[in-house]
Ligand binder design. Structure first.
Ligand code: BGC
Length: 494
């Protein structure tokens, strides 16, 4: 029976669907994610270099809600085997982690003149340990912990970073490419470029909304493209893996039916600015955003657009550098044009001054303890449909999705969040024909939640941060997720 027919019939009869209807396609993969600075600790272990998050938390603790840092975090630097045991208990098919601390742990100077033996050992142990349990490693090369040495040279605002990143990627591919088949170059360029530079409140602590944001945007796309091309040229034949970039997309929805135009502009600004160059047929910046940026720059008195142009070679270099779309989805926003004189706030994840756009939320989108996350499950399906409509049919991996709370083992809110989002993913697969292949829960265990420190909890496992042993305890959501994995889907009554 056609899926749409079942949906219609169920709606008409007001009955819930039978268990099989909530099953994912055979071979669908479930995983969980983490990031080096958020879990590893061992911030100065052995010869590890300093990262921008080490520097930021040590010098500006006032910018972290509880004044904490990732010096020890979950101590996964020492407790990685316990983490693997917990993943095994969940039945994970894959684990997404980032190499820190890849960069500073593996290349303490930031450059490939010298590779840390300790860094190699740590990531080899982790990768081999995962594979031994049949858990596939999905590796992010960069989840925000830039070597401070490179920041001192301008970090993501220096165009040379694209080559530095590719040099680092070569080291990672050659050390681990025989075993790692799923690569992500960079995590959430939107959150690592727009939010730090628009606020100055996240590492590297530099406020430069006019320039920093857009230089970073441009160089991230070039760095990703160079690392992708390098994989094609030097590794793909022997290693046979897949490479992409993880984008954080908020679903922007028209506030009223008259606001569709600004909603689409918001999608292009917050998603297209980091996707169009890679996934669209023509490449480069989204033309609507180029136009807005040109006008804005002129109004601000600049003689050139603040959105730095790509050369035609660069457009070709970046275009098509993906093997799948990696989507991080947490939440949605309503959007409408701002009224005359209305105040616009950018951080955290707020209004969009470049577009003179005001954002808001629907009353039925429940708030969480994070001012950024409102629970809007339909947004993930709408986002998936938009991706297909905008960039065509492609494989999509959901590389992050999850919700925070204030702690405790009974986390019904998180269970509800996962269930409702997974239902929407299933509808996208079965009703809209989207080729979603992976789903990744954020996150395996509570960890250092950037500016929120340890005050906000996202874990399937609770971590006791006052215990030197950093004991991990499964929450109710861990059992729930383990069941979903075991059944390859949701039960009608769960
Ligand atoms: C980031 C994670 C973060 C999560 C929850 C994502 O944007 O990739 O590092 O912990 O959001 O805030």
């Amino acid at each position: 029976m056609a899926w749409s027919y079942i949906v219609l019939l169920s709606a008409l009869l007001g009955v819930s669907w039978c268990a099989e209807d909530w099953t994912f396609p055979p071979g669908f993969k479930f995983g969980a994610a983490s990031a080096s600075y958020q879990v590893e600790g061992g911030w100065n272990a052995s010869d590890k270099g300093e990262s921008i998050w080490d520097r930021f938390t040590h010098t500006r603790p006032q910018n972290i809600a509880d004044g904490s840092n990732g010096d020890v975090a979950c101590d996964s630097y020492n407790l990685w085997q316990t983490d693997i045991d917990n993943m095994k208990a969940l039945g994970l098919h894959f684990y997404r982690f980032s190499i820190s601390s890849f960069w500073p742990r593996l290349l303490p100077s930031g450059f490939p003149n010298y590779t840390s033996e300790d860094g190699k050992r740590y990531y080899n142990d982790l990768i081999d340990g995962l594979l031994k349990e049949g858990i596939e490693p999905m590796v992010t090369l960069y989840h925000w912990d830039l070597p401070q040495t490179l920041q001192d040279l301008g970090g993501w605002t220096n165009p040379l970073i694209a080559d530095w990143f590719a040099d680092y990627a070569r080291v990672a591919y050659s050390l681990f490419g025989d075993r790692v088949k799923l690569w992500l170059t960079i995590n959430e360029p939107l959150i690592m470029c727009d939010y730090p530079f628009n606020s100055g409140l996240l590492a590297p602590g530099i406020f430069s909304p006019d320039h920093g944001t857009y230089l970073c945007n441009r160089h991230v796309l070039l760095a990703h493209a160079k690392a992708y091309r390098l994989y094609d040229e030097e590794f793909r034949d022997q290693c046979n893996g897949e490479v992409s970039i993880a984008n954080h997309l908020l679903w922007y929805e028209a506030w009223t039916e008259d606001d569709e135009e600004i909603a689409e502009l918001a999608r292009q600004n917050m998603g297209g600015r980091y996707s169009h160059a890679i996934y669209s047929e023509e490449g480069g910046w989204p033309s609507s955003i180029e136009k807005v940026m040109e006008e804005n720059s002129k109004k601000k008195g600049y003689c050139k657009s603040l959105l730095p142009a790509f050369t035609s070679d660069e457009i070709e270099l970046i275009k098509g550098t993906y093997d799948y779309y990696a989507l991080n989805y947490y939440t949605s926003r309503l959007v409408r044009p701002a009224k005359e004189g209305e105040e616009l706030t950018v951080y955290p994840i707020g209004d969009i001054p470049d577009l003179k756009a005001k954002t808001g939320t629907r009353p039925e989108w429940t708030a969480t303890n994070s001012s950024f996350i409102y629970v809007a499950p339909e947004g993930i399906r709408k986002q998936l449909v938009w991706l297909k409509k905008t960039y065509g049919d492609m494989k999509v991996a959901i590389t992050e999705n999850g919700a925070p709370d204030l702690g405790g083992l009974n986390d019904q809110g998180r269970i509800d969040y996962y269930r409702e989002h997974l239902k929407q993913v299933l509808l996208a697969i079965k009703e809209d024909g989207i080729n979603v292949t992976h789903y990744t829960a954020w996150t395996l265990m509570d960890n250092f939640e950037w500016a929120e420190g340890y005050s906000s909890k996202f874990g399937l496992y609770e971590v006791n941060f006052t215990d030197p042993l950093r004991t991990r305890t499964p929450r109710d959501s861990a059992a729930y997720y383990a069941n979903i994995i075991k059944n390859n889907g949701l039960k009608a009554d769960s």
